[in-house]
Design a protein around this ligand. Structure first.
Ligand code: NDP
Length: 256
């Protein structure tokens, strides 16, 4: 698979996202929290979507303390999200903002790490629901708002195991492969007829709760912090990447 990267030493303009409205899923912690703060710091009104009000409130407060535009909070559990909830959300956002300039699908769960042979069907369904189905549903409901923006960027989050299969990564890996497929299908549908771009990003090993759960024996500080990979997230959500759609990005150089 051909992969892309942000330009080396990419330096986003301080007002890169001024006046933009961007929704981030899983915004209460990890990479999603860092992206929400980075987007707000570059001028965006960030809509913080997550399942826990306490962590979303904390990010909201951080944005306010840093002097960013007032954020929005969307408390939604992607494991149980319904079509009706999505439609209501789109109607509410349409009423308040009229359009959406960016959508970062970041929330995911790791699920169990075991062979397919003994994988639990319940866990499989949960991982595919949160990592894939919820992203499809949200995108479909929010597409009219994205198309109402002058230019919009949708980012889906992939993984190294969504590009090359690896034993014991089960539903998580499969959900990420499917995510890459969704990106390609959607980008191809929107190309030429829409100002909505769609790309994927593989953050690479990053020091978050998910990484620590996946690699408990690893020294956490050997990996970059979420803040360190934000240049790629800023590049992809803003107009500097306007030439890209349907592409798979790496936020870090592949490890040898
Ligand atoms: P974290 O586990 O730290 O964060 C995941 C986020 O998703 C959390 O905010 C979590 O909320 C949210 N989330 C999980 N389930 C739901 C749900 N049912 N409804 C709403 N929100 C939910 O992971 P990372 O920050 O590391 O991961 C971010 C993305 O990057 C993921 O897509 C992951 O697959 C990908 N990735 C990460 C890598 C890494 O090394 N960190 C490497 C490759 C890919 P809560 O806080 O409530 O749990």
């Amino acid at each position: 698979m051909e992969t892309f990267a942000a330009p080396p030493s990419y330096a986003p303009a301080p007002d890169l996202l001024a006046g933009r409205t961007i929704l981030v899923t899983g915004a209460g912690s990890g990479i999603g929290r860092a992206a929400a703060l980075a987007y707000a710091n570059h001028g965006a009104t960030v809509l913080l979507l997550g399942r826990r009000a306490s962590t979303l409130d904390a990010v909201y407060d951080e944005i306010e303390a840093a002097g960013g535009p007032r954020a929005g909070i969307i408390e939604l559990d992607l494991e149980t999200i319904t079509e009706e909830q999505c439609v209501r959300l789109a109607n509410e956002l349409g009423g308040e903002f009229g359009h959406l300039d960016g959508l970062l699908h970041n929330a995911s769960v790791l699920g169990e790490r075991r062979p397919i042979e003994s994988a639990s069907y319940g866990e499989w369904q949960k991982v595919i629901q949160v990592n894939l189905n919820a992203g499809f549903l949200l995108t479909r409901c929010l597409l009219p708002l994205l198309q109402a923006a002058p230019r919009a960027s949708v980012i889906f989050t992939s993984s190294g195991v969504g590009r090359t299969g690896r034993a014991f990564w089960g539903a998580y890996a499969v959900s990420k492969f499917a995510t890459e497929g969704l990106v390609q299908v959607l980008a191809s549908e929107l190309e030429n007829t829409s100002a909505v771009r769609v790309n994927s990003v593989n953050p690479g090993a990053t020091n978050t709760a998910m990484r620590r759960a996946a690699y408990p024996a690893e020294r956490p500080d050997q990996n970059p912090q979420p803040e360190d990979i934000m240049p790629t997230y800023l590049y992809l959500i803003g107009d500097d990447s306007s030439a890209h759609t349907g592409h798979s990005f790496d936020a870090q150089p592949p490890r040898g």
